[in-house]
Structure formats: structure tokens, C-alpha cells
Design a binder for this molecule. Structure first.
Ligand code: ZN
Length: 496
């Protein structure tokens, strides 16, 4: 839909050029960065990884996990002019560490934790640019398209909508919503619910527009204010629809959850189940159906008879859901057919999953092998811990370790664990080392089977550069249940 619009075409044209220079951009030369200045549209969305001497302005750069940092309220009132010009490098002490006290005094707790968990790029003093809307940090048309879409929608509404989504809502839109095979009108409806830009009774009430602000779906005699939470979930009619649908969702007890979290939680949960994509489609279809019914009652005078309304609702979504499900099946058949030809990457990942081969650097010699199992643990507060346990040739435990640290993501915590193992073994003169982890994503990244998440790129480089100290260094995926000792160590450490 938007792709056909002229604005969409202009954006797509910018994308293609953007693609090239942003991939180079991760190596960040001055030339590349100067080109970036030509792309004002994109530039506003670029994230920064600060170097130790960073001159990025603290408040006007997206440098906290690709976001702008949020100042503490108490600070905003001071109006200290020099703080307005604060640069990221000012937050770093002369020893090259984050100045924790200063950071905690300037930013809200969540962002302070995030900053303290950010690894300072000591080896590179300069800042590095990355694209914060994809996991691997390089530009993709899909992430750019979703972003453009959000920006376009928020301009139609108010400028605030874009920020109202929050980190969680935005990553949900990028990774789940925009990629779903459902009609765009459905996506827009969900997006408007998430951003609080759907016009329901409460919005009219706040603007004193003198229209009926009560829910039209409740039984007679009820005067419930129409909020998105009420209309799509808590209303007795909606609750019956959810419970009576094939999803069998009980909404009782969800009243304390806002609609954004409720939708995101359900979509993520349903997606993990058998036939997940179809369930997600049905979930969104019900929300769409409720909206249609609500409008028919409000504006077309459809009588409020719950049995009739339920019939109209399921009729209005049944056919579309059927078509969408067929599309899902068709797509899967295509993928299965392609799999028959033998997708090399898939095969390698399957092999790794079965523990058959592993990624190996160097040649196995006659020296004895040390095997280390490692695992990490991570919390949303950016607290992290890892644990590992080493076994000699005979399978006897010879060393164990547990470390509490900070990390920006669970994957980064796992990578830090492996880095610790490598540097310990290296300093101990170990020549043949095998490292096992239950983090498939990390093993795939080390083996360069997948694009590397930008949060672990530096760590993996360090690990690889240590490989020359070993005769043989190999990485192996193991299922979680045989990694319980390391797992226990990590869990125990994070609770300390
Ligand atoms: Zn109601």
C-alpha cells in the first residue's frame, strides 16, 4: 500500500543507497560518516556506540541501545546550561570506566543501568554508527520500511505517538507486526491501539466533544467508559468472544495490564505454540472483528444483542482468516520444497543442533583436551552472570568459576562467558580447548552461520583473535539439560 505512494518510493530509493553505506558504516570511516550527513531522514534514526572519548551530545544522540537517554525529572528543572552541552565522553572517568555516580544522577534508572551495562569501546576511541532497528545492526529494507510506516502514521496523528510506543512496542512492531501476513488495515488498527491513537470514548471525553463516550457492547444498564482495554478485552461481550473463540482466552485477572503489554504478551505466547502463526492471525482478527462490531453498533444502529453480534463478528472474520491460513500453508509448502534441494545453512544449523560437528579453529593434535561447559544468566535490569565448569580428558572436573557482571542482552552475557573461558584457558597454557554452550544463536554466530548481533561483534572478534594461542579451539552446541552444572552456577551468581 505505502510502497506505491511517491513518498514510499522516495524512501525506498534512499534505502538502496543506504544499504550500501550502512554496511560499510559499521567499520565507520570518516568518509562514510560524512556521506551520512546527506541523508537527514536516516540520520535521525541512526544509533551510536560511543567510544571512550566520545563527543556525541548526551541528549541529542541515540546512544543508549539505539535510543535517546531519558533524563531524571529532578534534573530537568535545574536548567544548567553546561549540562545541555554534555558529551558522552564526559561520563567516562580518567580510568576509562563509566562514572556511575554521575550517570545515576542524570538518567532514569532503566537508562542508567543500560548505560552502565554498555561496553565502552576502549580499543576504538571514536564513535561507531549502527542501525538500531535490526538485530545485526546493519540496515535492512524491512526494518526501514516498518520505521517509515511508523513515522508516516505518527505524522498523521501526533508527533508524540512515535515515542509513545516505547522500546518494547517498537521492537514488537519491527519484528512481529509488520512481518505478519495480515491485511494492512489490521496492522494499522493494532498499531493505533499500541500507540494510544485509536479514537475511543475516553479520547472523546478528554476532548469534551459531547459524544457518547460509553461502551456500546456492554449489556443494557451498564455505563462503562469506552477505553481500548475495556472495548477489546474487559467488556463482558469481548470477554465472551475471547473465551468462546478457538483460542479460549480468559481475560479475567488481566485488568491491571495495559493493552500494549497484553497484546504483545499474547502474540508472543501464541506464536510459540503449534500452528502459532495461524493463532496469531486469529488473535488479531478478533480484535479487528470487535472494532467492526463496535462501529456497526455505534454508527449503523446494529442492535446490541450479544448472540447476533457474536454471529456478525465471526462471520466478518471467518472468510479472511481462511484465506490467510491458506497463504500460511502455501508458504510453508514452498519452504518445504526448497528444503528438499538442501539449504546449506539450515543443514549446518541442524547439524549443530544435533551436536554432530562443531566449529573448529586449528587442528586437533596429540595434546590432552580440556572441555568447558559454560552458561549465562541475564535480567532485564542488565544484571548478568555466567558460570563455567572445566573437565579434563578423563571427564573429571578440574575447575569451576562464576562471575557477576553487567550485559546489554542475554546473548551478550553468553558471549562474555565464552570470552572469560577462552582468556582463562589461554593464560593457563591450555592447547586444546573445547567449549560447549546451550546458546545455539551464539555458536552459530561464532561459526559465522548467521549475521552477528552488533552487541557481541567486538567480543567475538576478541575470542577469534585468541584462537591462535591454541592448537585447537572448538565450539560446540549442547542441549540445556546436559549443561545444568554451568547453568546452576550462573543462576546462583546472578542472585548474589
Ligand atoms: Zn463494554
Amino acid at each position: 500500500m505505502l510502497e506505491q505512494s511517491s513518498a514510499g518510493q522516495a524512501w525506498m530509493a534512499a534505502d538502496l543507497r543506504g544499504c550500501v553505506f550502512l554496511q560499510q558504516g559499521t567499520s565507520s570511516s570518516w568518509g562514510v560518516r560524512s556521506i551520512l550527513y546527506g541523508f537527514q531522514n536516516l540520520k535521525g534514526f541512526l544509533g551510536w556506540k560511543p567510544g571512550e572519548n566520545s563527543r556525541l551530545n548526551v541528549w541529542t544522540s541515540r546512544w543508549v541501545g539505539g535510543e535517546y537517554p531519558e533524563p531524571r525529572d529532578c534534573w530537568l528543572g535545574h536548567g544548567d546550561v553546561h549540562l545541555v552541552d554534555l558529551q558522552v565522553g564526559h561520563l567516562v572517568s580518567s580510568q576509562g570506566q563509566w562514572n556511575e555516580e554521575l550517570i545515576r544522577s542524570l538518567f532514569v534508572e532503566e537508562h542508567a543501568e543500560r548505560i552502565l551495562a554498555t561496553r565502552l569501546r576502549t580499543e576504538r576511541l571514536q564513535d561507531e554508527v549502527f542501525w538500531p532497528f535490526s538485530n545485526h545492526g546493519t540496515f535492512t529494507v524491512k526494518s526501514g520500511y516498518g520505521l517509515f510506516f511508523e513515522e508516516y502514521m505518527s505524522r498523521k496523528g501526533s508527533q508524540k505517538d512515535f515515542t509513545r510506543l516505547g522500546m518494547r512496542g517498537r521492537s514488537f512492531c519491527q519484528q512481529q507486526l509488520w512481518t505478519l501476513t495480515v491485511p494492512n488495515t489490521w496492522k494499522i488498527l493494532i498499531w493505533r491501539i499500541l500507540t494510544g491513537t485509536l479514537s475511543v470514548g475516553r479520547e472523546f471525553q478528554q476532548r469534551n466533544m459531547g459524544v457518547d463516550v460509553f461502551c456500546g457492547l456492554c449489556g443494557t444498564g451498564h455505563n462503562n467508559l469506552e477505553t481500548v482495554e475495556h472495548l477489546f478485552r474487559d467488556c463482558e461481550f469481548s470477554a465472551r468472544i475471547w473465551a468462546g473463540s478457538m483460542l479460549g482466552i480468559r481475560v479475567e485477572g488481566a485488568e491491571h495490564l495495559n493493552m500494549t503489554d497484553w497484546i504483545i504478551d499474547w502474540v508472543k505466547y501464541l506464536r510459540k505454540q503449534e500452528g502459532g502463526l495461524k493463532r496469531v492471525i486469529f488473535f488479531i482478527a478478533i480484535i479487528w472483528g470487535l472494532w467492526i462490531i463496535r462501529n456497526k453498533v455505534k454508527f449503523e444502529g446494529l442492535a446490541n444483542n450479544h448472540r447476533v453480534l457474536a454471529g456478525v463478528l465471526f462471520d466478518s472474520i471467518k472468510e479472511r482468516v481462511h484465506i490467510l491460513n491458506n497463504q500460511v500453508d502455501h508458504k510453508r509448502t514452498l519452504e518445504d520444497a526448497r528444503g528438499g534441494v538442501g539449504d546449506q545453512l539450515d543443514q549446518q544449523i541442524t547439524d549443530l543442533r544435533n551436536g554432530i560437528p562443531y566449529h573448529m579453529i586449528g587442528q586437533p593434535g596429540h595434546c590432552s583436551v580440556l572441555r568447558i561447559k559454560v552458561d549465562a544468566s541475564w535480567e532485564r535490569s542488565f544484571k548478568a552472570a555466567f558460570g563455567w565448569v572445566a573437565y579434563d580428558e578423563l571427564g573429571h572436573e578440574c575447575m569451576r568459576n562464576q562471575v557477576t557482571t553487567r550485559a546489554e542482552s542475554a546473548l551478550q552475557a553468553e558471549a562474555l562467558g565464552i570470552r572469560d573461558v577462552v582468556s582463562w584457558a589461554r593464560s593457563g597454557g591450555v592447547l586444546h580447548l573445547t567449549i560447549s554452550s546451550d546458546c545455539l544463536l551464539l555458536i552459530c554466530a561464532i561459526a559465522e552461520l548467521t549475521k552477528t548481533d552488533h552487541l557481541i561483534k567486538d567480543i567475538l572478534e576478541e575470542i577469534r583473535s585468541s584462537a591462535s594461542f591454541f592448537h585447537c579451539l572448538s565450539f560446540c552446541f549442547i542441549p540445556r539439560h546436559i549443561n545444568s552444572v554451568a547453568h546452576g552456577l550462573a543462576r546462583q551468581a546472578i542472585r548474589l
